[in-house]
Design a protein around this ligand. Structure first.
Ligand code: FE2
Length: 290
């Protein structure tokens, strides 16, 4: 599966409004599009018990989101705003970094209003409504994640000015998109990129191939990631409150050290890592051979 990333060169597309938001246009979805949502939703709901963390499951339960149709953003926002002050806003696709960060800093999560094609269920060029709403919104119901992503938006605007965007983006990637955590002694997923992916929600927890390593902020800032395939390494946070602790830290000295140190390859393990599972690397070796 091809992975999305946030960030777009200025001038690629002309936005309809300065903040790039558009109406969701819920009434324009076709039966086929609702059916695609249903297929994805049902497939994922079978996989997530025992894999998704408790907070994801709880968030999902409290949201007006079901299999039958693509959720109406207004209905979702009614619940989400009351819970954590967040809302989703519709966008036509990727938006420029500064626009993205500005939305997050103001507790607005930009969500693609379109859905992938039914014959390309596992191919995502840009985040669509299933990734953004199914993957991200249940976690936005959690107060720790709500504060962390807002702080990430504020930090993103700062990092952009300081020239440390790659270092900060890796933190987001390895937590909000592909993060794991420990719950009752077992690994669980909370990242939206894996929660919304049929193949990777299994791979990240069940496969022997990837590394699973204890999350360390500065180490993660140095670690390259894959946007075109499954991750070679997943990082495991203690619990969601650990993310909340990061909002209290000044990242500037960490950025400096991380940028000065060598970049780490996606599958690399350091002697200082706390390794929960040393991956065989078999999956990516095979993928590279083709
Ligand atoms: Fe995402």
């Amino acid at each position: 599966m091809k992975k999305h990333k946030h960030g777009l060169a200025a001038g690629d597309i002309q936005p309809a409004s300065p903040d790039w938001t558009i109406p969701q246009g819920w009434e324009n979805y076709t039966d086929t599009e609702h059916a695609t949502w249903k297929t994805l939703f049902e497939r994922q709901c079978k996989l997530l018990p025992g894999r998704a963390c408790d907070e994801f499951v709880a968030g999902m339960q409290d949201l007006p989101m079901g299999a039958e149709q693509i959720p109406d953003f207004d209905e979702v926002n009614e619940v989400l705003l009351k819970r954590t002050g967040w809302q989703i806003v519709a966008v036509p696709g990727l938006v420029p970094d500064d626009v993205f960060f500005n939305h997050l800093a103001n507790r607005r999560f930009p969500s693609g209003n379109f859905i992938r094609r039914p014959d390309e269920l596992d191919y995502l060029e840009e985040p669509d409504v299933f990734h953004d709403v199914f993957g991200h919104v249940p976690m936005l119901m959690n107060p720790a994640i709500a504060d962390f992503i807002q702080a990430y938006g504020e930090g993103g605007l700062r990092a952009q000015q300081l020239g440390f965007l790659p270092q900060l983006a890796r933190v987001y990637w390895y937590t909000i998109e592909f993060g794991l955590l420990k719950q009752r002694g077992e690994l669980r997923l909370f990242g939206a990129g894996i929660a919304s992916s049929f193949t990777e929600s299994q791979f990240c927890l069940d496969s022997d191939s990837p590394n699973r390593i204890r999350f360390d902020l500065e180490r993660v800032m140095r670690t390259l990631y894959r946007i075109d395939d499954f991750q070679e390494t997943y990082f495991v946070i203690r619990d969601l409150d650990e993310l909340l602790e990061f909002t209290q830290i000044d990242f500037a000295p960490l950025y400096e050290r991380a940028q000065a140190a060598p970049e780490l390859q996606p599958g690399q393990i350091l002697p200082t890592d706390e390794v929960f599972h040393r991956g065989t690397g078999a999956y990516h070796r095979k993928a590279q051979a083709h």
